[in-house]
Ligand binder design. Structure first.
Ligand SMILES: [Cu+2]
Length: 344
């Protein structure tokens, strides 16, 4: 009697197949982001790379009121400020710029105490302007003072106390700490931890180049609150009350980029999220560590494309499957199950 049944796959390969499928499934776990890591086509920049804005010239009147007019002026970091000082009064005035950033001098100080402050700390400029005269104060601000403010006073006795003070505010326009991050269609920031370990100075200017590795549009939005945990339920209200440090739109399409330019005034952990509806709820968040150590994660995240355990598991399962298939092809059948029955 001839057996005419076709040779069924479920015969010799029946027991090998599950092992092979298991190997494929396990392997697929290891490669979800492989496509995202590959090189991407370049696309036009949407944001901007910060560059120094250059030197500036400002005119300030020194009056007998006594006042500076205008009292507050702006300068650029990594640039020279030239102030044309026009004494429009009948008294001598000085344009004396404090060397101590972000410290407001006390108008209840006596002239002696004010002099003592400048003797102790020095000045960025100290120009005396005679009645009716014009003079210049030239101050070069280096890159690290971006975001700082320096007070200006007249040290002629009792002029400061009577209101002759102002500020030079230095704009943080110079290139900052450069970082980069990526957005994915699986609602992830890669990496989800950014680190500015020990800035020499606060405020610290940070520029993050965000690259889209997927097709969905996103935002790179940084909380203004240090050490504060955002949630999908609270972030809208939080950002209404406190504007984000930056909210840069990341255009859809692989290879799209945007510069997120922000200034951080104090050390801390600043959470960043994607504000596109549903993205944060799906896990699209990360943390920017500024001047504080990044804690070691409970389980060290693998930076490898394939985790070791996935690789070992995949190879093992494949080996068992191949071995069974080879045995089957030589013997025409699988090894018996122990305690199994022989149907000849
Ligand atoms: Cu998003």
């Amino acid at each position: 009697m001839t057996d005419v049944r076709p040779r069924r796959l479920s015969g010799p390969f029946a027991r090998a197949l599950p092992w092979l499928i298991a190997a494929l499934v396990l392997a697929s776990i290891g490669f979800p982001s492989a496509a995202a890591i590959g090189r991407l086509p370049s696309a036009p920049l949407v944001g901007y790379a910060r560059t120094a804005s250059g030197n500036s010239t400002v005119a300030v009147n020194l009056t007998d009121q006594p006042r500076y007019d205008p009292s507050a002026i702006t300068a650029n970091a990594s640039a020279t400020l030239s102030v044309e000082l026009r004494n429009t009064g009948r008294y001598v005035h000085t344009y004396t710029v404090s060397n101590v950033p972000d410290v407001v001098l006390n108008t209840s100080w006596t002239p002696t105490e004010l002099d003592a402050f400048f003797n102790a700390n020095g000045s960025l400029a100290n120009v005396s302007v005679a009645a009716g005269a014009t003079a210049w104060a030239n101050i070069t601000f280096n890159a690290t003072v971006g975001g700082d403010s320096f007070e200006v006073v007249s040290v002629v006795p009792y002029q400061f106390q009577a209101g002759m003070w102002g500020f030079v505010n230095v704009t943080a326009t110079g290139p900052g700490q450069m970082l980069s991050d990526n957005t994915t269609d699986s609602y992830q920031f890669v990496p989800s931890t950014l680190d500015v370990p020990s800035p020499a100075h606060y405020p610290v200017v940070i520029d993050v180049l965000v690259t889209n590795t997927g097709s969905l549009g996103h935002t790179f939005t940084v909380s203004p609150l240090a050490n504060y945990t955002l949630s999908p339920a609270n972030f809208t209200d939080t950002f209404s009350a406190n504007a984000p440090l930056v909210s840069a739109p990341v255009p859809g399409g692989a290879g799209s980029t945007v510069w997120a330019n922000l200034t951080v005034k104090a050390p801390g952990i600043y959470q960043y999220i994607c504000t596109v509806t549903g993205h944060f709820a799906n896990g699209m968040t990360g943390f920017l560590y500024v001047g504080v150590p990044v804690p070691p994660p409970p389980v060290a995240p693998s930076t490898a494309i394939v985790d070791t355990w996935v690789l070992v598991g995949t190879v093992s399962l494949l080996a068992v499957g191949v071995l069974l298939a080879v045995v089957a092809s030589y013997s025409g059948r699988f090894p018996r199950r122990s305690g199994g029955h022989d149907h000849h």
